[in-house]
Design a protein around this ligand. Structure first.
Ligand SMILES: [Zn+2]
Ligand SMILES: [Zn+2]
Length: 75
């Protein structure tokens, strides 16, 4: 599972799980404003910063849904 950081590494703005944030493949996390200022290039690893998929459910809720799908049909 992707580690979801809740803070921009540059300006320490909050990037809550449901907020728009940008990450690189090493999971450096930046807010939208910083990512745009850096032209979507990670200053730590020079990797491409991409929009982080937002997470609207808690991991526990998702795990429960996955289990119940497995038990009660649906492939
Ligand atoms: Zn920032
Ligand atoms: Zn990086």
């Amino acid at each position: 599972m992707l580690k979801m950081k809740d803070e921009c590494e540059k300006c320490h703005a909050k990037t809550a799980l449901t907020d728009i944030a940008f990450i690189c493949s090493f999971e450096c996390t930046f807010c939208e404003a910083c990512a745009q200022k850096m032209a979507c290039i990670c200053p730590n690893c020079n990797g491409e910063l991409v929009r982080r998929p937002s997470r609207v459910k808690s991991p526990i809720a998702v795990a429960a849904a996955q289990v119940s799908k497995k038990l009660f049909g649906g492939k």
